[in-house]
Design a protein around this ligand. Structure first.
Ligand SMILES: Cc1cc2nc3c(=O)[nH]c(=O)nc-3n(C[C@H](O)[C@H](O)[C@H](O)COP(=O)(O)OP(=O)(O)OC[C@H]3O[C@@H](n4cnc5c(N)ncnc54)[C@H](O)[C@@H]3O)c2cc1C
Length: 500
């Protein structure tokens, strides 16, 4: 296998980046749309009075972005050319999805809602693969323009991983079917006109054969949304639904009677290799943010990045990213060359490891950022630095070199940096002597290192020489041994609590 990114995909990425900068970033900043991504995002997106569903404004904004991405030629990448697509490959999709997620959250990509400017279009791809001519006639145009779609109902309250044990049943009823059962975690059913319901039509619990997929209208008599599950991150669009004596015609069978599991598998493989790539991108984003922060944050006077305890876990994560990227590319390439079902085992491996890696990278990034990892707001409160302060980035400081501006447009950061300096622990040991040596960062570092290594000479109070311990009416710089009056020492801000 050639590991070079194919030229058409590389060109696509470059065009897509330009589109994001040119059209989406300004839209993020307009009308306070950044509220959907910054520390206010959960509230901004959620309609608390409608059971925690996504609110109209949020969904309208996502629709608008999809339309823009479609007009710009990105949205239909995986579709055949005859449907306006680019005959995109699984490998191309994996590379693109990773790239999008690695930029953090934004209008280009929102992992929680599985929104992306390069659509998965799994519904449409399934329709092309499994739909009857009548179904294609009915669904294709609507699936293409987003006006007609279906949710995916396989999981049940009592059966998830063991889907072949599902209790939902469909029985023949004249020239149609009658369906009874319950489904849960039915994503997107609040807007979907149809739900792809999987029901056992023959065989026994545990059999792979005998499960049938039905395209059931969500307004069918007996189809009821019982509740929406509330999730870790709100809003929710995951419903528990019930089917009581729901009647559908034979034409509702999708993918052949008894062959529903094949449809599931197809859906899982195509979807999950892309989800794995997105999780890899998100992991990479967390690592990049952690590294950027470790370079600028200087507790004890030297960059965090200089410490091996910070370096090693990040290097380990980066190594895992490289290994996973190779497996994802290989798996997607196999799917392109040998078919969707050729690498199901590897799709599972990619998905399993990508999800773990993403969680571990997020956890590590939060640990490196420590208190900032727990802060939803951008590093400099109320300010936007152009990166938008989105996702985990909202919790970490802006990238090095970013110029923060206050609402009046003045550059910010100098005062914040000065404040950080005042609060840094080493400054408790550095008197304001006016001494050139003590004013040098390197000297301050030396002072701190000396004290932490236990080499610092100590006064009678037990504090390091040059600390606030008074010697007579003044105190002494450990760097140059010069004395200063006590009053100057009190200006060091040493009575304030150090950062944690
Ligand atoms: C955000 C979200 C969206 C979803 N959207 C949809 C959707 O649109 N449509 C839909 O049908 N479903 C959806 N699901 C449901 C999802 O497919 C199920 O959660 C999944 O199939 C796992 O089922 P379960 O949650 O019942 O876990 P269980 O089957 O109860 O498993 C619990 C845990 O045990 C592990 N486990 C299970 N069996 C074994 C075993 N033999 N050995 C060792 N470990 C085992 C599992 O890996 C898991 O970690 C969604 C779920 C989430 C979280």
């Amino acid at each position: 296998m050639d590991f070079t990114i194919p030229k058409d995909v590389a060109d696509f990425l470059a065009d897509m980046d330009a589109f994001i900068e040119r059209e989406l970033r300004p839209l993020e900043r307009a009308d306070d749309n950044i509220r959907f991504f910054d520390h206010r995002r959960e509230d901004a997106r959620t309609d608390w009075h409608r059971g925690g569903l996504p609110n109209e404004e949020w969904e309208a904004l996502l629709r608008k972005v999809r339309t823009m991405a479609d007009a710009a030629g990105f949205y239909r990448y995986p579709l055949p050319r005859q449907y306006g697509g680019r005959d995109g490959t699984n490998l191309g999709m994996a590379i693109i999805r990773e790239d999008l997620a690695a930029k953090g959250l934004g209008l280009h990509c929102d992992l929680q809602t599985e929104h992306s400017i390069v659509s998965n279009h799994v519904g449409l791809l399934l329709m092309l693969e499994y739909g009857t001519e009548v179904q294609k006639e009915r669904f294709l145009a609507g699936l293409l323009d987003g006006s007609l779609g279906f949710a995916f109902g396989i999981t049940e309250p009592e059966h998830g991983s063991d889907a072949t044990h599902m209790e939902t049943r469909a029985r023949r009823d004249g020239n149609g079917w009658r369906i009874d059962g319950e489904k849960t975690w039915n994503t997107g059913v609040h807007t979907a006109p149809y739900d792809l319901i999987f029901a056992r039509t023959r065989g026994h619990a545990g059999d792979g054969d005998g499960i049938t997929a039905f395209l059931v209208p969500t307004d069918a008599s007996g189809f009821k949304i019982e509740e929406y599950l509330w999730t870790f991150n709100m809003p929710t669009d995951h419903a528990r639904i019930s089917l009581t004596d729901v009647r559908v015609p034979d034409e509702a069978v999708f993918g052949g009677e008894g062959r529903g599991l094949q449809v599931v598998q197809h859906f899982f493989n195509e979807n999950r290799i892309r989800q794995a790539a997105s999780s890899l991108g998100a992991a990479q984003y967390c690592i990049d943010e952690a590294v950027a922060y470790a370079k600028v944050r200087k507790p004890f006077g030297k960059p965090l990045a200089a410490n091996q305890a910070i370096q090693f876990p990040l290097v380990e994560l980066q190594t895992q990213c490289e290994m996973l990227r190779a497996l994802i590319h290989k798996t997607a390439w196999l799917m392109d060359v040998e078919g969707t079902f050729s690498a199901s085992d590897k799709v599972s491996m990619c998905n399993y490891w990508a999800n773990r890696l993403c969680c571990e990278a997020a956890d590590r990034a939060m640990q490196v950022a420590r208190r900032r990892g727990n802060d939803r707001r951008p590093a400099d409160r109320g300010l936007h630095d152009g990166s938008g302060g989105v996702g985990l980035g909202a919790r970490l400081p802006p990238p090095r070199g970013a110029v923060l501006r206050d609402p009046a447009g003045r550059p910010r950061g100098v005062r914040a940096a000065a404040r950080r300096r005042r609060l840094s622990p080493q400054h408790r040991f550095v008197p304001k002597t006016g001494c050139a040596v003590a004013a040098e960062p390197a000297a301050r570092l030396h002072l701190h290192e000396a004290s932490s290594a236990g080499r610092t000479s100590r006064g009678r109070s037990g504090r390091p020489a040059g600390s606030r311990s008074r010697r007579g009416s003044g105190w002494r710089c450990a760097g140059c041994r010069r004395r200063r009056p006590g009053a100057a020492a009190l200006q060091t801000g040493s009575s304030r609590q150090p950062e944690g």
